[in-house]
Design a protein around this ligand. Structure first.
Ligand SMILES: *Cc1c(COP(=O)(O)O)cnc(C)c1O
Length: 382
């Protein structure tokens, strides 16, 4: 057994970002400034979009996206039950109701047929999540959106590198939202980005992210003379700092290198686990790019002597960090109490909730680390 704990989702931090953060500290420009602007330009270029707005988190990006498209009290937004709480909470904080939909067992992504069943006269938008980095069925989702005149906000927290039929994630919908949280594919500590080709949405998000001060406030501290700011909304405080962007501008150019390493680990896991009583992730669909953010195993709990939660404990005892992505939203107390959801409502999401475990997939893993994870999984499910 390994003698030190292998952290789940450990980021890779290299010398250039360390130097860049120190440079920010020394320059005294800590808040939103030239490095944030540069990171936004780099992200615009990476995605080939008109506007990228760097924010304090993907949660902020999702929330401000809801407000930008005009979601308000009485509206409904369709969200997968198999996601992180932030997806649904963004809808709630805009005053609207998150209407959950089931996922497909194989892809773990939101099921377009269930989306269609959940559409009512109050539905205003769909928020697909590219789960683990596997693209959703965007052709069906965009078709539904066009047919019912709905907006689409893509939750791309797992999916920076994801592509579907040659098109990049976050560019299908009205807005796409990305996360640079410490465990995500590239990191800024905390941090997020919203992207769009719609200038009105871009302006609204910029203004809302900084107290509702008019767009010119971003240029207020220039040397062109003092400018008064105008508050045009009751805004929020969701801007990214230069200290964060200092990390991002060095992480983004390495995104494909990190992706290659995760893909290598992914393939090694697939090979190692194929004869165990576990279900490995479905093959990557043709003409798509999977971001390989999470490696999720589904435990064949009917054939195993242990429960899923015992698996988590045993792995931890063997010094391997693990995660659960996710226990479906409708099983959590808040959504049950607030919206009356209950077990039985989303059978596929429940099936996954009861069986899923995530094992380490960071580019930081050495070949020996990967071997240790494989050995631990084999031992625990044996
Ligand atoms: C991580 C995550 C978020 C939130 O990202 P933050 O940057 O931590 O706010 C939203 N949705 C999904 C699916 C996530 O995994």
């Amino acid at each position: 057994m390994r003698d030190n704990f292998l952290i789940f989702g450990c980021p890779v931090i290299e010398q250039p970002e360390i130097d860049e953060v120190v440079d920010s500290l020394k320059s005294g420009w800590l808040g939103t400034g030239p490095k944030v602007h540069k990171f936004e330009e780099m992200f615009e270029e990476y995605k080939g979009v008109g506007f990228a707005m760097a924010l304090s988190s993907c949660t902020s990006a999702l929330h401000l996206s809801m407000l930008a498209i005009g979601i308000k009290r009485g509206d409904e937004v369709i969200v997968p039950s198999m996601t992180f709480a932030a997806t649904a909470n963004a809808v709630i904080h805009a005053g609207a109701k998150p209407v959950l939909a089931d996922c497909e067992i194989k892809t773990m992504n939101i099921d377009p047929e269930d989306i269609e069943r959940k559409i009512t006269s109050r539905t205003k938008a769909i928020m697909p999540v590219h789960f683990a980095g596997r693209p959703c069925d965007m052709s069906s989702i965009m078709e539904l959106a066009a047919k019912h005149d709905l907006k689409v906000i893509e939750d791309c927290a797992h999916a920076i590198e994801t592509e579907y039929r040659g098109r990049k994630s976050g560019t299908f919908g009205d807005l796409g939202c990305f996360s640079f949280y410490a465990t995500k594919n590239i990191v800024t500590g905390e941090g997020g980005m919203a992207i769009t080709d719609n200038e009105d949405y871009a302006d609204k998000i910029k203004v809302l992210a900084l107290h509702g001060m008019s767009r010119d406030a971003w240029k207020r501290f220039s040397d062109e003379g003092y400018k008064h700011y105008q508050v045009v909304y009751a805004g929020f405080k969701n801007n990214m700092m230069d200290i964060q962007a200092a990390i991002g501008i060095h992480q983004l150019p390495r995104i494909d290198k990190y992706w290659e390493r995760r893909r290598e680990i992914w393939n090694r896991y697939n090979e190692a686990f194929k004869d165990l009583p576990v279900i490995t992730p479905a093959p990557v669909e043709p003409d798509t790019r999977h971001a390989h953010h999470l490696y999720t195993l589904l435990l064949d709990i009917d054939r195993l002597k242990i429960t899923r939660d015992q698996f988590l404990d045993e792995m931890t005892k063997l010094n391997i960090g693990v995660g659960v992505h996710y226990r479906a939203l409708h099983l959590h107390p808040y959504y049950r109490q607030a919206f009356g959801y209950k077990r039985g409502d989303f059978p596929n999401a429940e099936w996954i909730s009861d069986r899923t475990v995530s094992i380490p997939l960071s580019p930081k893993l050495t070949d020996k680390d990967v071997g240790d994870v494989i050995e631990a999984v084999s031992e625990v499910v044996h």
